[in-house]
Design a binder for this molecule. Structure first.
Ligand SMILES: *Cc1c(COP(=O)(O)O)cnc(C)c1O
Length: 403
């Protein structure tokens, strides 16, 4: 019976925007001041308020809201001084906008491998650290490296760290928010992340010089005093004539729908983790399948889940993917010969010259990835896990009996 059950939910359906956000968005549309610097006398814009609230949530001195997560990363790279032709270390297991942000500022991505916990490989990082100046660290799919060790390696080598927290907004390492280890933390509020404004992003930092440059870069038209968190005027005096405007602002409509979501972010993170743990529990002890163990120092946000089919032949993995799709369960495979949807690999980004990375290739080939939107119930997650378990088991048994 259970072998033939089919899941009917949508892996790309997020929750509605909270009523409070819809009401706030209507207010903005009624008064018509959508541009973040368009304020009535004495008014603070929704965008400025959002920046203040996000900085307070994350515990940073400064937060800047921008048009996308990718724009936050590119702005961070420029603001910390990355120049045309500079090398920037970054994860081989990541998403296309990460190397894209580096290439977009004319710098050169240098890939660091992935470890079995799906975080950046710290051995490989240590071996590439000497002489490096920058690391764009992507907490891909929410997997955090041992951040204490990572910062030790980078601090010793004098590497400036920027964190890509597109999948770790609300996550902690050893009680410290993801994005608060490096000089700058970057976040996305694109629909599939932990806050949803369609498009949008933040960067956070404690550094006056970095945030002053980032505000100028974001397109502030010398209206920087209208920001939610503003460094002293002297910080701008130093850089205002030498920092270009690379427009990429957040607007008040997006900020209005984000503010009520930020208030419930912690609760949402708990809900994601309830779903994550239900799927994880259902997948444990499936022959041939490796669950990715999460270290106790990590508070993750399980908005997606990954598992490994290590050293399986390609056609067997493809068969699992197809059989699961047939039962309504969408798995993304990072081993695919062609990049598909959001899934691509370091060797698909051919504008970067990179040597082959055999250890990383073995892991990338094994990674199966699945979204867990909050529109799924716990019962949905139980069913999804039982479908994956059944199909992985069936293909695995067939493979074993052939050999
Ligand atoms: C989504 C994403 C980004 C970029 O965010 P956008 O808002 O889409 O530009 C960066 N890194 C990772 C890992 C992401 O998933």
């Amino acid at each position: 019976m259970s072998m033939t059950r089919v899941f009917k939910g949508s892996f790309t359906q997020q929750e509605p925007i909270p009523e409070e956000g819809m009401a706030a968005a209507l207010d903005v549309m009624r008064h018509g001041r959508l541009h973040r610097y368009n304020v009535a006398p004495g008014e603070e814009s929704e965008t400025a308020l959002l920046e203040r609230e996000f900085a307070e949530y994350i515990g940073a001195k400064y937060a800047l809201a921008v048009a996308s997560g990718g724009h936050a990363m590119a702005t961070a790279l420029r603001a910390v001084g990355v120049r045309h032709g500079d090398a920037v270390l970054t994860n081989a297991f990541s998403l296309a906008p990460v190397p894209g942000s580096i290439a977009g500022v004319g710098a050169i991505p240098v890939f660091v491998g992935v470890a079995e916990n799906l975080a950046i490989d710290l051995e490989d990082l240590a071996s590439k650290a000497s002489g490096a100046k920058y690391l764009m660290l992507s907490h891909m799919r929410g997997h955090q490296a041992d951040m204490d060790r990572l910062m030790e390696i980078c601090n010793r080598a004098g590497i400036i760290v920027i964190e890509d927290c597109a999948h770790t907004m609300g996550a902690l390492w050893n009680g410290r928010f993801s994005g608060r280890f490096g000089l700058v933390g970057c976040y996305s509020t694109q629909t599939y992340k932990h806050l949803n404004s369609g498009e949008g992003g933040f960067l956070v930092t404690d550094c006056e010089d970095v945030v002053a440059r980032a505000i100028m870069l974001s397109g502030s038209y010398m209206l920087y005093e209208r920001h939610g968190k503003v460094p002293p005027k002297e910080a701008f005096d130093k850089i205002m004539y030498t920092t270009p405007n690379v427009s990429g602002r957040m607007d008040n409509l997006r900020a209005a729908i984000l503010r009520p979501q930020l208030k419930i972010l912690d609760r949402q993170c708990d809900s994601w983790n309830d779903r994550y743990r239900a799927v994880e529990k259902g997948l444990r002890n499936t022959p041939g399948l490796t669950v990715v163990e999460r270290p106790p120092e990590e508070r993750y946000v399980g908005s997606s889940i990954q598992f490994l089919l290590l050293d399986w032949p390609d056609d067997a993995i493809l068969e699992v993917v197809e059989r699961c799709i047939g039962r309504g369960v969408e798995l993304k495979w990072f081993g695919n010969a062609r990049p598909a949807g959001f899934t691509s690999r370091y060797d698909d980004w051919r504008y970067v010259k990179s040597p082959k990375m055999p250890k990383t290739d073995r892991l990338l080939k094994a990674i199966l990835d699945m979204r867990l939107p909050l529109t799924f119930s716990i019962e949905d997650c139980d069913l999804i896990a039982s479908i994956i378990r059944g199909e992985v088991g069936a293909v695995y048994r067939a493979c074993v009996s052939k050999t």
